[in-house]
Write a protein that binds this ligand. Structure first.
Ligand code: M6P
Ligand code: ZN
Length: 189
């Protein structure tokens, strides 16, 4: 006998560009929660602290830390900047350093910054349909370089974990700024 056909618990709505269904964990990061992340801290400090920079919806079918499972997330980064630095995610290494991740673009335009342990940088353009493999041992962050919301999905191992310490302390080696309307990478000083 065939196994019963069941509907999936979750789905991605192409109308709202959001994950739908039960058990989705929603978090948002505001300007107030991103102290020390952008270069111009005084510009950040005088902005409305409730301004949402990005939201994450995550589907965690197993407990974080479980090996062998996968997590799925939808990240929406709003258009904007702190001084000339595009709105971006905090960025992280994985707690288990060698764990990789897939990102894929759904809507909008942005840049994926990947930084290896030696602080060398690689960037990839995120746009509708783009697919990005983030290797293990690589920090990853995404900046919205467009005028609309940037939406991308991600899939990562359930035991990967997030290590934010290195990025909170030393940042990435390069920053992405808006130079007369064009994204430009500048060395982080
Ligand atoms: C993607 C995934 C998540 C991550 C989110 C935001 O959806 O990589 O694991 O939490 O982006 O990135 P960050 O945690 O660096 O703010
Ligand atoms: Zn990750």
């Amino acid at each position: 006998m065939n196994a019963a056909i069941t509907n999936p618990l979750i789905y991605f709505s192409s109308e709202t560009m959001q994950l739908k269904g039960s058990g989705i964990v929603y978090t948002e990061k505001t300007i107030g929660q991103l102290a020390g992340i952008f270069h111009d801290e005084s510009a950040r400090a005088v902005m409305n602290q409730d301004t949402v920079v990005y939201t994450v919806q995550a589907y965690l079918p197993v407990k974080p830390g479980t090996d062998g499972g996968l997590f799925l997330g939808t990240t929406t980064i709003y258009p904007g900047a702190v001084h000339d630095e595009y709105f971006m995610t905090h960025g992280h290494f994985h707690e288990i350093r060698n764990r990789g991740e897939f990102y894929w673009g759904i809507q909008g335009e942005g840049l994926l910054l990947m930084m290896a342990a030696d602080r060398s940088i690689q960037t990839e353009h995120i746009h509708t349909g783009s697919i990005h493999y983030v290797p293990g041992n690589t920090a990853h962050r995404v900046a919205n370089t467009g005028n609309d919301q940037l939406v991308f999905n991600a899939c990562w191992p359930s035991d990967a974990g997030h290590d934010y310490k290195e990025i909170s302390t030393n940042g990435f080696s390069f920053r992405l700024v808006n130079n007369n309307g064009l994204p430009q990478l500048i060395k982080n000083t």
